[in-house]
Design a protein around this ligand. Sequence first.
Ligand code: NAD
Length: 442
Amino acid sequence: MELSVVGTGYVGLVAGTCFSEIGNKVSCIDINKEKIDSLNNGQVPIFEPGLKELVEKNRMEERLKFSSDYSSVGRSKIVFLAVGTPPQSNGKANLEYLFQAAKDVGENLSDDTVVVIKSTVPVGTHRKVQEVISSVTTKRFAVVNNPEFLREGSAVKDFMEPDRVVVGYSDSFVKDILKELFSPLVSGSQYLEMSNLSAEMTKYAANCFLATKISFINEISRLCDLTGADIEEVREGMATDDRIGGHFLYPGPGYGGSCFPKDVQALVQTGQEYDLPLELIMATESVNEKQKKVMFYKIKDYFKGKLEGKIFTFWGLSFKANTDDVRESSSLVMAELLLSEGARLQVYDPEGAENFMTVIKESAPDLVKGISVCENKDLALQGSNGLIVMTEWGEFRYPSFEKIKMSLETPVIFDARNLFPTEKVLEEGIDYFAIGKKVRGS
Ligand code: NAD
């Protein structure tokens, strides 16, 4: 089948590449010409395990093309819209990129094209996309909502082996086309057909539920810190209940990334439009904002409020492991808090350092001189007053604590991901702070 995918970011590039891998002829379109040029030169602008190899293979086999014009739309049976829907200052989703893409698609459309909204959009958006396209074409088309559930860091695998595919539509002519497209990826009860409105809502409900699970365990971890219970034991005690399950039940420095923070805010805004304050979702967000600062206060307490002139090491900058994405990462909040107190940072991340520096140069230009980017995790430790673990990358999981102790000026670890075995760290003579873990005493 011939397809176009508009927007070649984390979702569009992965979706386009995976659709080509299962035999379709795919054109990925993006207004960012630099991105398209680099893809046409064999570079992949994002880090995602397995993606580079698949892009290369399908480009070579001529099933995958990149372009900044929309000419492929006229030949495509299905056109995906996968552009960004970032938050506005009031939390509402900004739909200007989506509407512009819909207009450009509309101007190039052939009869009987299926336009699929893959971007995360507030409930009811398909009607507006329908209007935008209808205003520029008389061709027959249908608008479908197909929310994406892939996770950065395992996006290719998630796309190729999804738990489920949700397809929202009302025009019957799309039914067989979409089923055919997704049949190599899912079968039977994993393929869920519903109305556009339900599909739009499903995406927000799922993301907000997961974000709530994270805020829930984070809030319990704070109570563990105060009471002496150990969150790791409590977590296990909860996760082994099938009704609860272990996913998204890991305490940490608060959720980040390009989805949870913005989707939580956008759903709250939708609730307000309908005069329904979504109290649980609002609490999810406020718990998360507090959680981002929990480890900072532990560090400040440890140094009795005197952070000026101290040097801290960051292991990890991306919002989670296996991605270079730092959007809304807790490491940005932690960095700004420490730098504002006069501390300096030696940071290391296997993939995210460049993005981190780009973002922080914009958000805190006066503070950026206090940051040194290091080439590896060992260099980042030299002469530092404390190691702060911000991201759960595999290479941080089993370090030599002896080496850490020798490198640090002050032997202390602040583990915002609960990666390390408490006893082992303490035995080495290193002070240890984690999230809700019982470290010493009662
Ligand atoms: P992104 O910012 O990585 O990529 C968006 C791309 O769209 C950019 O390359 C931009 O240049 C391009 N673009 C913008 N306007 C365009 C236009 N008019 N024509 C062509 N290209 C245009 O965004 P993303 O992370 O891939 O997210 C895309 C959507 O998918 C969002 O709605 C997001 O909420 C949703 N989503 C993201 C994830 C994720 O993990 N990143 C997961 C599920 C859903």
